[in-house]
Design a protein around this ligand. Structure first.
Ligand code: DGL
Length: 262
């Protein structure tokens, strides 16, 4: 595999575009192919075996385009499929994402941490292991239906959903972990709903640094030339691509805030 080859990035829909913004900010010379499996979204309320089948198909579509690595920009797909696919293709670099519970635990000061994710992510063994290690004070909050509100760009619906979640959680939180890449698009909204003392964390920047490490180790980092992004979907391109483009702009603004804070 050559450094010139693209990096594949995928999610069930548009959520992983938030990860793509962080990947591009970290590695601006890379060529990315982003694949939204819109036809099969959502993953987070499906049975595990069905998601594994979808993920295998996406890998087939991306590897058919000679990608040098795949970033699973989906917490749900990572929890379902990353270990299985790594075992099946041990030489191929697969980078996953998981809820940023560890960094949240490290900054916790005795209060609670809410972990918002899909029902499937929170049900799987991978998350139980993460909880066993870093879960003191953590409250898993399954959010069925929330990714659909992001896909529909239903801001009022998403705000009402989050308000309900925060009201149910009650008293102040030390941190909220966005354990689904779709929810990262709700970060600005959540920031206004939460006291400033509540941190909001996601795994995107950590995933971007991990991709850099893996490409460096394998001498696959593209060191010269302009980067690029190609957007693809398993769904109807006329419906999906304009939304993906709009959200890519939003993701870029979130990955590189104008005021320089991260
Ligand atoms: N964006 C995906 C994640 O990070 C899940 C959304 C879905 O349910 O498909 O978990």
């Amino acid at each position: 595999m050559l450094a010139e080859n693209p990096v594949g990035v995928f999610d069930s829909g548009v959520g992983g575009i938030s990860t793509l913004g962080a990947l591009e900010a970290e590695l601006p010379r890379e060529r990315f192919i982003y694949y939204g499996d819109t036809l099969n979204a959502p993953y987070g309320t499906k049975p595990e075996a069905e998601v594994l089948r979808c993920v295998r198909d996406v890998f087939g579509a991306l590897r058919g385009q000679q990608v040098k690595a795949v970033v699973i920009a989906c917490n749900t797909a990572t929890a379902v499929a990353a270990a299985t696919l790594r075992a099946e293709m041990p030489d191929f670099p697969i980078i996953g994402i998981e809820p940023a519970l560890k960094p949240a635990a490290l900054m916790r000061h005795g209060g609670r941490i809410a972990v918002l994710a899909t029902p499937l992510t929170l049900r799987l063994e991978k998350f139980h292991r993460l909880m066993a290690r870093w879960g003191e004070g953590a409250v898993p909050v399954p959010c069925p239906g929330l990714m659909e509100l992001v896909e529909a760009r239903d801001e009022a619906g998403a705000q009402a959903y989050l308000q309900r979640v925060l009201t149910e959680l009650g008293s102040p939180l030390d941190a909220v972990v966005l354990g689904c890449t779709h929810y990262v698009f709700l970060r600005p909204m959540l920031r206004e709903m939460l006291p400033l003392g509540t941190a909001i964390l996601d795994g995107n920047a950590g995933t971007a640094r991990q991709l850099r490490r893996v490409l460096e180790e394998r001498r696959l980092l593209r060191e010269a030339g302009e980067g690029s992004i190609v957007l693809e979907t398993s769904g109807d391109p006329a419906g999906a691509l304009p939304l993906m483009e709009t959200l890519l702009e939003r993701a870029r603004a979130i990955a590189r805030p104008a005021d320089g804070t991260a």
